[in-house]
Design a protein around this ligand. Structure first.
Ligand SMILES: CC(C)(COP(=O)(O)OP(=O)(O)OC[C@H]1O[C@@H](n2cnc3c(N)ncnc32)[C@H](O)[C@@H]1OP(=O)(O)O)[C@@H](O)C(=O)NCCC(=O)NCCS
Length: 181
């Protein structure tokens, strides 16, 4: 992942959303999302303020260490908080992987926006970071998220247990990505 300029991914714009590296002022918005039972039902359940704050700190530390991570997603109209999405390093079967993740506040569901976010994340990974392969995973019951993965080009790889819950892991290689979206 060498060779990209630090700061290159700090702020992006998709067709309908703005994506920005988290700043201290975003901590409260992430807490609202982490305490929303509807959003968190498929993300391991609501988090306490302490857990949410720790997750925010981890996301900031990931950016500090790697110059990419999860963006805070806003609706350009009024800068309203819409969710978070992006890329994070993780270990699967003992191997380092870059994961694509996305989650939106419910006002923003069912408009193709998760697909827009996942596509922007994939493009950043392949075209800016030079990553060769990406993973994406969701609960086996989360058919909607699996459909998002499928639309972006991810293919089923394996089921696995994450946070004590059954998850489906999918993969997309740069060589098979056609730049969709
Ligand atoms: C899952 C989530 C990201 C989807 O976001 P979204 O913006 O509504 O998704 P999109 O509109 O881009 O795409 C959803 C697709 O799933 C389809 N879909 C909706 N409900 C479905 C279901 N029950 N089964 C199968 N497909 C379904 C939609 O029709 C659409 O596909 P289409 O374009 O072919 O019609 C959003 O609901 C969310 O943030 N949920 C809470 C957090 C979460 O689950 N994050 C993902 C964890 S990995």
């Amino acid at each position: 992942m060498a060779g990209f300029s630090p700061g290159a991914l700090d702020a992006l714009r998709t067709e309908r959303l703005t994506l920005a590296r988290p700043r201290e002022a975003d901590r409260a918005d992430l807490l609202v999302m982490h305490q929303d039972p509807g959003v968190m039902a498929t993300l391991g359940g609501v988090r306490t303020p302490v857990e949410s704050s720790a997750a925010f700190d981890r996301q900031c530390a990931h950016w500090d260490a790697h110059a990419f991570g999860y963006w805070i997603v806003r609706d350009p109209e009024g800068e309203r908080f819409a969710g978070r999405a992006g890329l994070s390093l993780m270990v699967v079967d003992g191997e380092p992987e870059v994961e694509v993740g996305y989650g939106l506040m419910s006002d923003y569901w069912d408009r193709g926006l998760a697909t827009e976010l996942a596509t922007a994340s994939v493009r950043a990974a392949f075209e800016v970071l030079g990553v060769r392969s990406l993973v994406c995973f969701t609960m086996t019951s989360n058919r909607k998220s699996q459909r998002v993965m499928e639309k972006v080009g991810f293919r089923y790889e394996q089921d696995f247990v994450h946070a004590d819950l059954a998850h489906r892991l999918c993969r997309l290689d740069a060589s098979s990505w056609g730049g969709a979206g």
